[in-house]
Design a protein. Structure first.
Length: 451
């Protein structure tokens, strides 16, 4: 069928309507375009389709630079100008706050763009598989449809160092006949993932993730990397859980080299060990944290609680301007990193970090009358725990800064806070942390209405 694309969905896919008014989601279509679409899925309330032919392209349509675009499950906006992607990400945040959050004309500021929308990632997780025909190892990215691994010659959102390191690992596997993980053969000892971390100074950490401790020739891989990269700092090995949830879900066995990398953010120094969560876009992270700092509006005498604090990055940025900051994080290794980072930056006297579930621990603090002047939440994609929202409402925290990586769950939580908690959303500031993808970070300032 021929469709006019009238809007966008939450994943930046085009949205049109059939002659009888049913919604059709069309990936890689842009508002303002007329496209010929083949319907690939029909549900009760909507259809999904794929573009067969672009009848009338939008003026913002451009040719993607990546040969895997549309096949890889990563980038989703290479078919549009960068400025158009910022406009659409802003619109997604606005739509979610209206439709899910129930807000009328929410104040959503234009998304803050990146000066470097390519080659920005400091961490990469690559899949390793076996080519079904040649039976040789393949390192690359997961296909958008199915479970196939697409070999990566280059990836335009990763650093040059990370891409070149992949080539070295591939040669190592070929030279020494190192097996790749094969779900059909349940290959014992097979390499399943390769993870790279590169700091702002260009130093490289590489992590090989396998299904067994019995991984051969790691010494040889270390020597190859050491010979090829002046900034190579460490090789690590992770023995994965039986059914790993992600590439680093396993037991870390540091192999050779420095235990951690160090990076600078907002004038502070942070340690990155193999499993440490650290924002992947250095320049945009500084812009994001500046938004958080401005929203917190600290004057020097405030108590701040930072839920979901990770390795303490936001906590320490705010500690310089607050009286005291309490950080809570469920990952114990991250809490240890946070304490070390506080000491490294001479902020240990102004900070405390606790390991535990943020929903439970922060809720207990609030119920025990540890009421902060500012509460910062930076939850995972599922949003803030319902129990924590209950405690925020009950404690009447005056100022709430919400950092979100999912506009849908952000809008859900904003709805509860505004309708049940007496909060007002002052503004939402999207930040383009993940250029060329459909993802967007948002900083929201909420204040409690005085009654």
């Amino acid at each position: 069928m021929i469709l006019d694309i009238l809007g966008i969905g939450s994943e930046l896919q085009g949205v049109g309507r059939t002659a009888d008014g049913q919604v059709v989601f069309v990936p890689f279509a842009l508002p303002g375009e007329r496209v010929e679409v083949e319907i690939t899925r029909t549900a009760d309330r909507f259809k999904e389709g794929r573009i067969v032919r672009i009848v009338e392209p939008a003026p913002q349509r451009v040719t993607p630079v990546c040969p895997l675009y549309g096949r890889c499950g990563g980038c989703r906006t290479q078919h549009m100008t960068y400025q158009r992607s910022l406009e659409l990400k802003t619109r997604v945040v606005e739509q979610q706050l209206e439709r899910i959050g129930g807000l009328e004309k929410p104040k959503v500021l234009p998304a803050i763009g990146s000066d470097r929308p390519w080659r920005y990632r400091n961490k990469a997780e690559f899949f390793v598989s076996t080519d079904p025909e040649t039976r040789t190892p393949v390192i690359g990215v997961r296909a958008l449809a199915g479970a196939a691994v697409l070999p990566v010659g280059d990836c335009m959102i990763q650093s040059d160092i990370a891409v070149k390191a992949l080539q070295t690992v591939t040669r190592w596997m070929q030279i020494y006949c190192i097996p790749a993980w094969d779900d059909r053969a349940s290959q014992e000892g097979g390499v399943r993932y390769v993870v790279t971390r590169v700091n702002h100074a260009g130093e490289l950490m590489l992590i090989v993730c396998s299904t067994s401790r019995a991984l051969r020739k790691l010494d040889q891989l270390y020597e190859m990397l050491h010979a090829e990269f002046a900034g190579f700092r460490s090789l690590n090995h992770i023995v994965l859980e039986k059914r790993p949830r992600h590439a680093l879900d396993g037991r870390l066995e540091s192999f050779r080299g420095r235990r951690a990398l160090y990076d600078q953010l907002m004038g502070l120094s942070f340690e990155m060990s193999p499993k440490t969560f650290f924002q992947v876009n250095h320049a945009q992270t500084e812009k994001l944290y500046e938004c958080v700092r401005q929203a917190a509006a600290l004057t020097g005498g405030e108590l701040v609680v930072d839920a979901y604090c990770g390795c303490g990055t936001i906590s320490l940025v705010l500690a310089r301007e607050a009286a005291h900051v309490i950080g809570v994080e469920i990952v114990e290794a991250a809490v240890e990193n946070a304490r070390l980072n506080a000491k490294r930056n001479k902020l240990e006297e102004k900070t405390e970090f606790f390991a535990g579930d943020a929903g439970r621990l922060v809720s207990d603090m609030l119920r025990n009358r540890v009421c902060p002047d500012v509460l910062v939440v930076d939850p995972p994609r599922k949003g803030v725990d319902a129990s924590l929202i209950d405690a925020i409402i009950q404690a009447k925290v005056p100022r709430l800064v919400y950092v979100s990586c999912n506009p849908g769950t952000l809008a859900r939580d904003v709805k509860r806070l505004t309708r049940e908690g007496g909060y007002k959303m002052e503004y939402a500031q999207p930040v383009d942390m993940f250029s060329q993808t459909e993802h967007v970070e948002t900083v929201v300032l909420m204040s409690r209405i005085q009654t």
